[in-house]
Design a protein. Sequence first.
Lengths: 252, 281, 223
Amino acid sequence: MESTIVKSVNYNAYFGDNHVVKDVNIEIPRNTTIAVMGPSGCGKTTFLRGINRMHELIPGATAKGQILLNGEDVMEMHPIFVRLKIGMVFQRPNPFPNLSIYDNVIAGYKLNGIKLPKAERDNIVQHSLTRVALWNEVKDSLTKKGSFLSGGQQQRLCIARAVAMEPEVLLFDEPTSALDPISTSTVEELFHELKKNYTLIIVTHNMQQAARVSDRTAFFYMGELVEFDDTKTMFTNPKDIRTQNYITGRFS
Amino acid sequence: MSVAIKYRIGKSTAFKTLVIVLSLACVVPLLFILVYILQAGITKINWNFLTNLPKPVGESGGGIANALVGTMIIVGTASIIAIPFGILCGIYLSENKNSKLAYWSRLCIDILQGIPSIVIGIVAYFWLVKPLNSFSSLSGSMALAIMMLPIVVRSTEETLLLLPDSLREAAYALGMPFHRVILKVIVPCGISGIMSGVMLSVARITGETAPLLFTAFGNPYLTTDITKPMQSLPLLIFNYATSPYNDWHDLAWGASCILLIWVLLLNIFTKLITRKWKVQL
Amino acid sequence: MTQLEHELQSVKVELVGMWSLVESQLKKTRTSMVLFDRDLAREVSMKEKRVNAFELKIDRDCENIFALYCPVAVDLRFLLAVLKINTNLERIGDIADGISKYIIEALENFDEDLFAKTEVIKMFDDAISMLADTRIAFEKDDTTLARSIFQRDEVLDDINYAAIDRISNAIAEDLTVMHDALYVLSIIRKLERVGDQTKNIAEEIIFFVEAKVLKHHQEIQRK
C-alpha cells in the first residue's frame, strides 16, 4: 500500500475574489494523525473542507489545483463519491435530530438509500459505536433520539456515523471546541484508537491538543502552509519564525 | 430621592397594568364573536342541516350539504395545486438565500401576499372563466391556490432557515445527494413548521369569499364536477345572509358556525402537530 | 510582552543573579587561596547557603511556569536550559565551597612555588573568566561566545593532565611540601570540574538558542 494517502498539489481556494488558501502542497502519510493549526481566518478550515469537496457547497466558493486521494484527483471525481471515502466531523455535534441513535449511526446507508440486511446493520452499529467507545453507554437506548445525549456523546455519535461508512480519511473541524474538558479528553483518546485504521486530519485551535494527539502538525498562516513537520519538532524547534511566534503566543 | 424612586416605580406599575389591560382587550372581540355565532348557529346544526340541500324560498328546513361538499372540493383542489408549489418554492428560497432568482421570487411572493383577494378573483375570472365561458369550481380553486401560495412559501422558507447549516453539512459530508439531503433530512426536521404553515393557509382560504364570487359563483344544487359552478360555505353565507328570508338567515348562521368550528379545529390541530412533530434540534 | 515572557524574563534575571554570586564565590576563593585569607574562605562557606537558596527558588519558578503556561518551542528549550544551568551553577558553588574548606583546614600558607609550577592560579583565572563569558553568552544569546568555551576548557584539561607529574616532581624535590602539594592537586581536580560544568552550561545555551544538541558529540560538531 502506498504510504501517502492524501496529497495536495498547488491547491488554491477562493471565496469569490478572496484568495483564502494559497498554493498548498502537502503529503499526508497513511494511518497518521495530522493536526492543522493556525490563527482564525488562516484558511485551515477551508483547506480541510477542500479535501472532501465540502468547500464548494458554499455559494461563490471555488478551488484550483489538485487534491490526490491515493493518487487520484478528487477534483475530477464526483463529490458524493469523495465524501464516502473521506468522512467529516464538525465543530458542533450535529446528529440528525429526527433520527434515533441507531439510525444516526447507519444514516450514511439509510439516508443514501443503501439497503442492508438487518444483521449487517446491527453489526455496523455495534462495531461503530464500540469503536468510538459509546456502545456501553447507549446500547440500552439505541431507539432514543440522538439529541438526548450529552455534547461529548453526541460528538462521538457523529464520529461513529462517519466511521460507519468505513472511509479512508476522517476530517475533524475543531471537533472539541464545543465540548467540556472531560468530553474533550475522551474524544482525544479516541483519536489514538482511530489512528490505527484511519488517517485523521484535525483542525484545532487548541495547540496543546495538537501537541497531544497528532503525529505531524501543519501550520497555516494567511492562507499559506508555513510549516509541516513532526509534531515533536514543531513544538520544540519550529523552523519558521511565524510558527514559533504562534505557538509561543507571541503573535501580534 | 425616595420620592423620585416612588415616582419611577409608579410609572412602571402603570405601564405594566396598561400592557395587561390591552392584551385582555385583544381577547374580547374573539370571545364576543365566538359566543355570538355559537349562540345563533349551534341550534341550527343537526343531521338534516348537514345532509340536505337548501329548500326553495318559503319552505322551512333544508341544509347546506352542497356548500359543505363544494368547500371541501374547492379547498382540496386549491391545496393540491398550491402546497407542492409552495413547499418546493420555500425549499428553493431557503437553500439559495442569496441568488438573484430567490430575491425576485421572494419579492413577488411578498407582493402576492398583499394583493386584495377580490383582485385575485377578477384575475381568475379573466383567465379561466372567460376563456372557458363558464363559472367553475376549478377557477375558484385557482384563485384560492394563488392566495395560499405565499403563506405556504413563507412559512416553509422561514422554518427551513431556522434549521442549522450544520445539519446540511452533516448530510452532505455523508455523501448524500442534494435531493436526499432535502427529502430525508431537511424536510423531516422542518416538517412541523411546514405542516403548520399548510394548515394555517387552509384555514385561511376556507373562509375566503371574494375570489369565489366571480369564479365558483355558487350553485343551489349538489355537484362534484369541478368544471361547473359550485356552492361553498362563504358564498352561501354571503348570499343567504343578504337575502330577505328568515329561513335563509338561519342557514347562514348555521354555516357560519360550521365555518368557525372548522377554522378553530384547524388551529388547534396545528398547535398539536407543531408540538408533536417538533424536532428537538 | 505576554505574561509568559514576563515570567521567563524574571527567571532569567534570577539566574543571572545566581551566576554573579557563583562568580564572586569563585573569585573570593581564588583570593583567599592566593593570600591564604581564611576569613574570606569562611565567608565563601557561609554564602554557599545563598547559592543553594537561589537554586531552590529557580527550580520552583521553572516548575510553576511549566505547570501554568505549558511553554513550547523556544520557551520550552529556554526553561529546560535554565533548569540544567541552575544545577551546574549550584555544583560550581559547591566546588568553590569545597576549595574554601581546604583553605580553612590547611594549617599554614601554601607554598608559592607550587602555585607557579602547577599553573593553578592561571587555571583559576581561566575558570572564572569562562564562567563570566558563559554568563554573557547567556544574557545575549551569543552562541559564538558559548562555542569558544569548548576550546578554552581544553587548556584546563591540559593543566589538569599535567598536574600529576608536576606535583610528584615537586614532592620529589622537596618532601616538606607534600601536604601543600596534595591540597593543590585536589584544588586542580576541582577546578577541572568547574571547567566541565561551564562547558555543559555552554552546551545548554547553544541548545536553547539554536535547538542543537551538542552533548556527547565529537568536537567537529561544536564548531
